[in-house]
Design a protein around this ligand. Structure first.
Ligand code: 15L
Length: 264
């Protein structure tokens, strides 16, 4: 566990803003960055710099002296290849080189869309095959694999959180399986920052949902257990389904159906 500053990318996004607030309140010293300005009051002790993940010099400068990087920056939804390329592939390289120079550990906000073409009837463990459902999901698989490379080759520790659906509320039937509460994510990040050793780890980013698609992972390494559950929202959301058979068949839901042109 490091008392050094923590670099949080994507700080102006929904999850970044929440984490900036919660982690500052837990006593972490934060270096915040995003391509967009930070819309809230800065938490105590935090600094914010507007920057592009494609700007290698600035990324390395921001990471100087940091003990950990929480990487929530980049394109966070299904977008065309050209839009994903710079932030999510080149940007990951800049983050990992910065981590290597500082002997910092990395938490990568990966996504269920890296494995989205597994069927909902499957229960997956951390070592399941990547089955990306979009160029976005493919970039998340790449982000996990660059972590694998930097651990094996350079000893850069990293935790890859395959986030399900991290929103304030459970909004539809799929989220009975995929929902991650804000509080569970904040506790996960805090546990990561305090863990003595991480290595290369994969954790399913979901609350304690009985209908989860996901099983074994490396959560014991950081001593994290989710405390919230989507199940309490079942009555309100159980009928909120898409009616599209491709969406309902696969774990990645609507990302699987976007631009889908397979005949059978
Ligand atoms: C994600 O990766 C997205 O960032 C988020 O907006 C949701 O679409 C989420 O996955 C999900 O699968 O619900």
């Amino acid at each position: 566990a490091s008392q050094k500053p923590v670099l949080l990318t994507g700080a102006s996004g929904n999850l970044g803003r929440m984490l900036a607030r919660e982690l500052a309140a837990l006593g972490h010293t934060l270096v915040l960055t995003d391509i967009k300005p930070f819309p809230d009051d800065l938490p105590a002790g935090a600094k914010f710099t507007t920057a592009d993940l494609g700007d290698e010099v600035t990324m390395h400068h921001l990471a100087d002296g940091c003990g950990a990087i929480l990487h929530f920056g980049g394109v966070s939804v299904d977008r065309p290849f050209e839009e994903v390329l710079d932030p999510n592939l080149r940007g990951l390289y800049h983050i990992y080189e910065a981590a290597r120079r500082n002997a910092a550990r990395v938490l990568f906000a990966s996504s269920n869309h890296s494995i989205g073409f597994h069927e909902r009837s499957e229960k997956l463990d951390y070592d399941c095959a990547f089955r990306p459902d979009s160029f976005y999901g493919l970039s998340k698989a790449y982000g996990e694999l660059i972590g694998r490379l930097y651990w094996d080759k350079h000893g850069v520790e990293n935790l890859n959180v395959r986030i399900g659906s991290c929103f304030p509320e459970v909004a539809n039937a799929r989220m009975l399986s995929t929902w991650l509460s804000y509080a569970d994510l904040a506790r996960l990040c805090d546990a990561f920052l305090k863990a003595p050793r991480v290595g290369h780890a994969v954790v399913w980013g979901a609350s304690d949902n009985p209908a989860s698609f996901w099983g074994k992972d490396h959560r014991d390494r950081i001593g994290w257990q989710p405390q919230d559950t989507a199940e309490t929202a079942r009555a309100q959301v159980k009928d909120k389904v898409s009616g599209n058979p491709v969406v309902e068949r696969y774990q990645g839901g609507d990302y699987c159906a976007n631009d889908y042109s397979r005949a059978a």
